[in-house]
Write a protein that binds this ligand. Structure first.
Ligand code: TYD
Length: 397
């Protein structure tokens, strides 16, 4: 039974950056009401309205995994671990993006699946086998015909973006070899609750996984988690190592039960936890607006740092416009000179002096706090102050 616990108001598609700040409307399908629910039976947290994949993941998709050093080094580390521990003959990545992971492997040993054609082109041009198609049973069958089976499937920040999880896992089951390993990683619901990071919810993030919910889900497909890792990426993620129940090659690590128990201690299996979370979200909104309004009153200027999808949720939920945050800055070519979705705030191309004209920077990419603070030390020394809303709105010391 799905119970709504959070209403984040009218939101645009988070990655639809526009050349002009136009008035969006619900009627024209440009805005939708973002509500988040908890399934009391499966314990799965999801958003209530599902946007068709084609509207979100197409040839204009602006997100690139290689844009941050943090993500590049996370993929590099994982690639080394995969080679050492599993040494797969053939690895397939679902959502290979611009190749941040597969580039660490020999071309004959990896397959990329990436439906956003602009991104698939990048890896294709470098000579990597890339299917520019959505992950589904039809594609799994096509790949199976050609390669027979795949002994490792990896997917980061992708499966939670696909509405039909039954199709996702049936297709994985179809292609994965008997002793094969599936690795998935996605933002952790526990970290989201702990950090009050309501901005993890937007149209693309259909689901926010907990180990409890993933365990329940996999059970339906005769799959199980045999190991887990907590990662700092995307504000706190979980990496699940998954095998067939029939595969006895890997022992189930204690880490799996430890994680599930911690999640239970934090009440992730209970609706009341989510109701409390929604009260904290409202408090967070009030506090952030208080901070921004005070800065405006003092006639000081704020820039948003990192035009993230997460920031889009914050801006639209808190109704923050140009009068509060003058501009955003970002390094992603597809975002530059466009406007923050739903708002009149222009995204400026990042350059190393951009912060010079501002007194404050709102950390849109709070998940890269360390990397960014380190990069901008000079400005902080000269008086620039960073503002974050995670875990609660404040200035960063
Ligand atoms: P991310 O937080 O991964 O995305 P989302 O919330 O959209 O899933 O995106 C980080 C964004 O921040 C990305 O657009 C690149 C940008 N960025 C910078 O502009 N400068 C930086 O130094 C870093 C680390 C990120």
């Amino acid at each position: 039974m799905n119970k709504i616990f959070l209403n984040l108001g009218l939101q645009p598609l988070a990655n639809e950056y526009r050349k002009r700040p136009i008035n969006l409307s619900m009627k024209r399908g440009q805005l939708y009401n973002l509500k988040v629910c908890f399934n009391t039976k499966t314990k799965l947290v999801s958003i209530s309205k599902r946007i068709p994949s084609e509207k979100m993941f197409n040839s204009k998709y602006p997100y690139r995994s290689s844009m941050s050093k943090t993500m590049q080094s996370s993929f590099k580390k994982l690639s080394n671990k995969i080679k050492k521990k599993f040494n797969p003959d053939l690895l397939m990545e679902i959502g290979s993006n611009d190749g941040a992971l597969i580039k660490n492997f020999i071309k004959s040993k990896v397959i990329g699946v990436e439906p956003c054609k602009n991104l698939a082109k990048i890896t294709k041009n470098k000579g990597y086998i890339t299917y520019d198609k959505y992950w589904d049973f039809k594609l799994a069958s096509k790949i199976k015909k050609k390669f027979k089976s795949v002994d490792m499937i990896y997917s980061a920040n992708t499966l939670t973006h696909i509405n039909d999880l039954k199709n996702v896992f049936t297709s994985i089951n179809h292609l994965l070899s008997n002793n094969g390993v599936l690795i998935i990683e996605d933002p952790s619901l526990l970290e989201c609750i702990k950090k009050n990071s309501y901005d993890q919810f937007y149209n693309e993030h259909i689901y926010l996984f907990s180990a409890i919910a993933v365990k329940n889900l996999l059970n339906r497909f005769k799959l199980e988690i045999f190991d887990l890792e907590n990662l700092p990426t995307h504000g706190g993620s979980l990496r699940y190592f998954i095998k067939r129940k029939s595969n006895n090659k890997f022992k189930i690590s204690n880490r799996v039960n430890i994680q599930i128990n911690i999640e239970k201690i934090h009440g992730l299996n209970k609706l009341i936890t989510y109701k409390k979370f929604s009260i904290n979200v409202l408090k967070s909104k009030k506090k952030l607006l208080q901070i921004l309004n005070k800065i405006k009153k003092d006639k000081k200027k704020i820039i948003g740092y990192g035009a993230t999808a997460k920031a889009v949720t914050v801006l639209n939920y808190c109704n923050i416009n140009r009068n509060l945050i003058s501009n955003f800055t970002d390094t992603t070519p597809e975002k530059i000179n466009n406007y923050m979705p739903g708002k009149d705030i222009k995204i400026l191309k990042y350059n190393k002096n951009i912060l010079q004209s501002y007194h404050y920077a709102f950390l849109g990419a709070w998940n890269f706090k360390k990397e960014i603070i380190n990069k901008e030390k000079k400005f902080i020394k000269n008086g620039l102050k960073f503002i974050t809303h995670i875990p609660f709105p404040k200035f960063i010391d």
